[in-house]
Design a binder for this molecule. Sequence first.
Ligand code: FAD
Length: 307
Amino acid sequence: AFDTLMIGGGPAGAAAAVYAARKGIRTGVAAERFGGQVLDTMGIENLISVPHTEGPKLAAALEEHVKEYEVDIMNLQRAVTLLPGQPGEEHEVRFASGASLKSKTLVLATGARWREMGVPGEAEYRNKGVAYCPHCDGPLFKGKRVAVIGGGNSGVEAAIDLAGIVGHVTLVEFMDEMRADAVLQKKLRSMPNVEIILGARTTEVNGDGTRVNGLTYEERTSGEIRRLELEGVFVQIGLVPNTEWLQDSPIELSERGEIVVDAHGMTSVPGIFAAGDVTTVPYKQIVIAMGEGSKAALGAFDYLIRQ
Ligand code: FAD
């Protein structure tokens, strides 16, 4: 059995493993795909002190750093059930493979995934004009024309953010009105290089084979098909936390399905911690996930020495 076991091997899980192992406690990482979302990323330019890196390179570096220590890495293991122990007892995690692991403390770091539109061209042009993170990829579209899909808070925030960087932003919303807070909508409408299209169903991301060059949508009332000429599409229709496997556990989740944590990264169950995109902590970024993972591991160590 472990003293601390990380479920998830993205930036949060990897950072937690390094911090825990450096305390000399028995540490493990079980992950479906070590590296996490970083594996799907091209250029990364906001990991402080690393001006430029690439996803696969960073993922390899994460693993290399964890392997500097005595950490059991169990890759290709998808957790399906959490069985929390009574206070002072071990917690158990069961995996799709049939395996089961026990640990005195856990750090849940299963991350999140962007909701996709599921239209032709979206997957094909991912990282070739189709983007999901304005903080990450906004500067790549400096002076260009982009669309933001989605008129909720994240879509309107993204459009406001991008309008300051890119040449022109078209916000495309499926419904006849935006759901974002009124103050955000007002701010967006005041910006000179922004157009808002309501009641529009995106039907395709167009491209020339190598890069995005347009977006096709249907005007829902008239049924008319229209096309926008542009270089980028930011999809902002939701970030889904990977907590389906915790639905029947006693871990408290927010309305959006995120794990609720306190200032030490502890969940509603003593001894079970969580970190990164899977939690209620705002702003889903690599540097934040690393910080939160480190914090959760220190929280777990603190918990252990008090047992
Ligand atoms: P994740 O990276 O999501 O890792 C989750 C881990 O948990 C993975 O190992 C996964 O396999 C595992 N897992 C999931 N479910 C289970 C389960 N049931 N059982 C076991 N393991 C499980 N951020 C930046 O700061 N800069 C950028 O430039 C940037 N660009 C991005 C580009 C793209 C295309 C995407 C998708 C994201 C980008 N981000 C960027 C966001 C950043 O990748 C995330 O904030 C960060 O990876 C979160 O780390 P995490 O460890 O919390 O979760």
